[in-house]
Design a protein around this ligand. Structure first.
Ligand SMILES: Cc1cc2nc3c(=O)[nH]c(=O)nc-3n(C[C@H](O)[C@H](O)[C@H](O)COP(=O)(O)O)c2cc1C
Length: 189
C-alpha cells in the first residue's frame, strides 16, 4: 500500500471494538521500530514505552475502578465497571511516555512533546499498515498522579498516549474529516 493511501485511509477503531489477535512478538518489535523513527530536535529521545497486555490489562482496570470508588464511594456502578473494562478489549496497549530531557535548555518542552506525539501517531499508522486497528486514548487515568506512579512514571514524565492495538471486530464507520482547503491561508508578505 502506498504511504499516501495508508494516510488517507487511516482511521481509529474504538478500543471496545478491538480484540484478538494482537500483534505477534515479531510484529510488535516491527511496530516499535517504526514508531521511534520520528523527527526529534536534538536527538533527545524524549519518550519510552510501557507494554500492557495479558492479565496486566485487567490489573490496571481494577486499579482504576478501586481508585474511582475510593475517591467517591457513591460512584454509579456502571461508571466503576467502565473504568474496570477500559483496558480489557484490545490485546495490547502501548503506553507512550513523554520523558523530556530537562537537563538541557536548547530544545523547548513543546518540541519534545510533539516528538512523543509523533511516536504515538507512528504506532497508529504502523499498526494499520500491518493490518491491525488501533485507537489513541488518554482518559482521566493518563492525567492522574496515583495511576501514573503505579505505572512507573517518574515525576517529570507524562503519559502521552495509551495506544490500544488489536483486530477490529467490526468495521468502523468513517467520520467527517476536515476540509483541508478551508484551513488554508496564504501569507502574502
Ligand atoms: C492526545 C489524544 C488523546 C485522545 N484521547 C481520547 C480519549 O480519551 N477518548 C476518546 O474517545 N478519544 C480520544 N482521542 C481521539 C481518538 O484517538 C480518535 O482520534 C478519535 O476516535 C477519532 O478517530 P480518528 O482517529 O479516525 O479520527 C484522543 C486523541 C488524541 C490525539
Amino acid at each position: 500500500m502506498s504511504l499516501l493511501k495508508l494516510l488517507n485511509e487511516r482511521r481509529s477503531v474504538p478500543s471496545r471494538q478491538l480484540g484478538e489477535p494482537g500483534p505477534t512478538p515479531v510484529e510488535l518489535d516491527a511496530l516499535l521500530e517504526a514508531a521511534v523513527r520520528v523527527p526529534d530536535h536534538g536527538k533527545l529521545v524524549p519518550f519510552r514505552f510501557i507494554l500492557i497486555r495479558g492479565e496486566a490489562r485487567l490489573h490496571l482496570g481494577n486499579l482504576l475502578a478501586r481508585t474511582t470508588l475510593a475517591r467517591n464511594p457513591d460512584t454509579a456502578p456502571a461508571l466503576v465497571e467502565k473504568d474496570r473494562d477500559r483496558f480489557s478489549f484490545a490485546p495490547l496497549i502501548v503506553a507512550v511516555v513523554f520523558s523530556p530531557d530537562d537537563q538541557q535548555s536548547k530544545v523547548p518542552a513543546q518540541e519534545q512533546l510533539l516528538t512523543a506525539g509523533c511516536v504515538a501517531y507512528n504506532l497508529l499508522l504502523a499498526a494499520q499498515g500491518l493490518g491491525y486497528s488501533a485507537q489513541w486514548l488518554t482518559g482521566w487515568a493518563a492525567y492522574d498522579a496515583e495511576i501514573l506512579t503505579a505505572l512507573g512514571l517518574k515525576n517529570n514524565e507524562r503519559l502521552a498516549a495509551f495506544v490500544h492495538i488489536g483486530s477490529a471486530k467490526e468495521a468502523a464507520p468513517e467520520r467527517l474529516r476536515p476540509d483541508h482547503r478551508s484551513l488554508i491561508s496564504e501569507w502574502q508578505g
